[in-house]
Design a protein around this ligand. Structure first.
Ligand SMILES: Nc1ncnc2c1ncn2[C@@H]1O[C@H](COP(=O)(O)OP(=O)(O)O)[C@@H](O)[C@H]1O
Ligand SMILES: CC(=O)N[C@@H](CCC(=O)OP(=O)(O)O)C(=O)O
Length: 287
């Protein structure tokens, strides 16, 4: 174990670090989730898990007669919704993931951004959005949604946790430093963590979800696009091949590559063991 206090963080130690994000569709499927968590636990070296859980939060909100509203992949988070997502992400999902990882011998530590001040965010101001249908401009209040920037991550303390053998498991609940919890998109949390930690580690960002990768035909797992560069990304957008949740995912992924993350993969949670074994995994994004 290295002595964290004597290291000059930010100068780059060059050790590898995986930032792996798991989405809500897999979290909702206990069999697939367990297979993924076993592969994550078996992955050698430094690693951080970031989890979503949007599907479960939407389901629970519906049971409480609260309708979920998403705009551009972000949940409109009023105070009631904030209570629900805090309970679901930082409570139920986080603690269940940690307990399962402990069963697999992985010393997981479930964290929100408020814990150890590891991820701070700024409440998103009211935004003007132009309607894609009729071009009218609407003011959108996202409520308690937090946005991240390059100073959001407590990199030194996070590196100390990793150096001490803990495996951080982050939910997408962040805070503003003034006691307000905020809801942040989990793909963005993973991307910003990967960029911030890239100053110290050689980071790889891995988005795991229920499909084999970025697909030409979203219903055909055999149509994986093995490599995407920014030019191809623009082409896929224009042709409408990537849509919905894949758009912000790719945006976050290319942002991470631009800002120093060594590699970004998008692939199936079930196949994570292939990545660990150095086999072909999903879609690789390149500069
Ligand atoms: N070309 C594409 N390839 C794969 N998935 C796509 C594509 N275009 C749109 N999607 C959609 O994007 C979704 C993934 O985004 P999202 O639901 O945000 O993931 P997560 O499970 O990580 O939260 C997929 O479930 C799929 O329906
Ligand atoms: C602000 C915002 O939209 N936060 C997300 C956080 C969870 C998430 O991103 O979950 P998935 O990865 O499963 O989609 C949400 O509440 O849906």
């Amino acid at each position: 174990m290295s002595d964290a206090t004597s290291l000059s963080f930010g100068e780059g130690r060059g050790e590898a670090l995986y930032i792996i994000k798991i989405g809500g569709n897999v979290i909702d499927n206990s069999e697939k989730l367990q297979k993924f968590l076993k592969a994550f636990a078996d992955l050698k070296g430094n690693k951080i898990l970031v989890h979503g859980g949007g599907k479960m939060a939407t389901k629970l909100a519906a049971e409480m007669n609260i309708e979920a509203e998403m705009i551009d992949g972000r949940r409109i988070t009023d105070i009631e919704t904030l209570r629900i997502v805090t309970m679901v992400y930082a409570g139920l999902i986080s603690k269940n993931l940690v307990a399962q990882l402990q069963m697999f011998g992985c010393n997981a530590l479930g964290l929100s951004g408020a814990d150890g001040n590891l991820i701070s965010a700024k409440k998103r101001p009211i935004q003007k959005l132009t309607s894609k249908i009729d071009g009218t401009i609407k003011e959108i209040d996202f409520g308690f949604v937090g946005d991240l920037d390059e100073n959001s991550i407590g990199t030194v303390n996070l590196a100390k946790l990793i150096d001490n053998g803990f495996i951080p498991v982050f939910s997408a609940i962040t805070h503003d430093g003034e006691s307000q919890l905020l809801n942040t998109n989990a793909d963005t949390v993973a991307s910003v963590l990967a960029v911030a930690m890239a100053k110290t580690y050689e980071t790889s960002l891995v988005y795991c979800f229920e499909k084999k990768g970025v697909l030409v035909d979203v219903d055909d797992d055999d149509s994986v696009i093995r490599e995407i560069n920014p030019v191809k990304y623009e082409d896929l957008k224009v042709k409408g091949i990537v849509a919905d949740g894949m758009l912000p995912k790719l945006h976050n992924a290319f942002d991470a590559i631009k800002k120093g993350v060594s590699a970004v993969y998008i692939g199936k949670a079930d196949d994570l063991e292939d990545l660990g074994a150095g086999l072909e995994f999903g879609t690789k994004l390149v500069r």
